[in-house]
Design a protein around this ligand. Sequence first.
Ligand code: MIC
Ligand code: SF4
Length: 645
Amino acid sequence: MGKNLVQKILDAHIIKGDAIIGQEIGIKIDQTLTQDATGTMAYLQFESLGFKKVQTEVSVSYVDHNTIQEGFENADDHKYLETVAAKYGIKFSKPGNGICHQVHLERFGAPGKTLLGSDSHTPTGGGIGMIAIGAGGLDVAVAMGGGPFYLTYPKVIKVELTGRLQPFVSAKDVILKVLDILTTKGNVGAVVEYSGPGIAGLSVPERSTITNMGAELGVTTSIFPSDEITRQFLAAQDRESVYVPLAADSDATYDKTITINLDELDPMIACPHSPGNVKSVKEVAGIAVDQVLIGSCTNASLRDLTLVAALLKGKKASPQVSLGVASGSRQVMEMVGRDGSLADIIASGARILESACGFCIGNSLAPRTDGVSVRTSNRNFYGRSGTPSANVYLTSPETAVAAALAGKIVDPREFFKGAFPELSIPKRFTIDDTMILEPSKTPESITIFRGPNIGDPPSNEACPDSIKGVVTIKVGDKITTDHIMPAGSRLKYRSNIPKYAEFVFEREEPTFASRAAENRKNGIHNVIVAGESYGQGSSREHAAICPMFLGVKMVIARTMERIHRANLINFGIIPADFVNAADYDKLQAGAAVQIANVRNAITGNGELTLVSGKVSIPLKVSLTEREKEMILAGGLINATKLGKA
Ligand code: MIC
Ligand code: SF4
């Protein structure tokens, strides 16, 4: 029987387990990437696991998230990352060189390879035909040390693209349509594979817009075949030597197939406060806009900025709108600078932003109170922009420019009256890797810089035999890691766990952290109760580390997302399911809870009974043998030290 593309690449990388859908496999990782906000913790863990050098083909450490440097913290982190990279054989992409996913695609991504990144948008690499997966920093640290990365052998969903994108409809509209169909929940354990005649009309950066925002589906990753278009992109980056053609076998099978006719696709928009709250732009046209921000790892390629410049040329942003534009990489910034299109963007009244995450992670450009912001990024979770009362909409660059010029949301086909500019994208890109520092040739001479912001990774105790505690918080459905561990102005504490832990669930329940810390001091275990799709969004393992630090022992959720579940296990927090989903309603915040025989149940069949007053609630903990060892030891680092991982 033929194989689909996902199976072909995964099967060539399996080092543990068997290729059976739903079962755990361990794969060899060829490349890794980290970014600064997750990277300091990943490298602290790499060090504490005792590795002396990376074992991958390529490992790159990017600085793109915390580039504001208000205070010494970020700059100290950058220097730590730079010196760690030099010492352990890792390339270091300096702040200003661009967003990890875009730079990695441009300079390192290669068809057929596996990439593990400590960022949930690592699947951007799927646009070039790689299996590129986001994970917590500890998993990336293990992969850098040569260890396998464990995942569930996935179901594969085929998205068949037919037809051709029409003017003013672009890659972002494709992924918004996919989000509309598949939604942001219920896709754990699946990979999306794109195919069909429609892919021939999509360049690699356009394909990567689609695989990037595939993260919002909650799938493990998304991938496109590697074809002539891939070869052309690699040639433009002077890297044709890594090109290999890759496609599914003609008799490949899939778990399910969705067809999207690109000819019929309309401009789409994700409305507040979820990337899955998708409508056609026409449905919400007319809403007045205060801010338009173009950039992020989703939509800041050379194609995107060239288009934005062409649409803005000779026009001015609406006086009511604050327009900001960021390129995804310095390569793009330099190219639009040299070819003059940057001048058209500047002349339109746009604020020119750094080639970095910036507004997307909420570290700057927060909208005004109750403001409306149209963005080309991938997440519009409640409060992520830095202004809880703001309404953030996600669109293509075409729709964003129309909104900036019109001062309101408008279908770009109507606004521009069908006049789509001719775009000329050069066959060769400007290559200058001087902002990517090579690792040291004399690593023994490197002293790692550790400023006061760099602490030790916190440790956990072994799993207790019984949980005696309290439901410290009860949350609803679709709680993202942004809800658990806010980013924005809190980001600079990423390397300082005791400080960052003060902000756990800050926006949900401001007293959570102090109550949890108090419980911990008094020997009372903290338990979190959650609804569906708990832990959506970012890969930030801080959403597990900080709760662990506060003494959280268990999260009981109706359903949980892949990366967050793995992070909880890595840090020794038990992910438990309700056997009867309706029992969620029986457990209230503040309830005293007891669970006996926890260790035995973990080793055995995973069946536990939670007792709260007169109520008994059956719980199920489903773990692989490897995960059981981690939970019993109190996390991956403890298990490794005991020789159990
Ligand atoms: C995000 O887009 O949410 C982030 C910030 O890039 C995160 C990583 C982080 O929290 O540092 C992600 O996507 O994993
Ligand atoms: Fe950066 Fe935003 Fe991309 Fe996350 S989604 S990597 S914050 S640009």
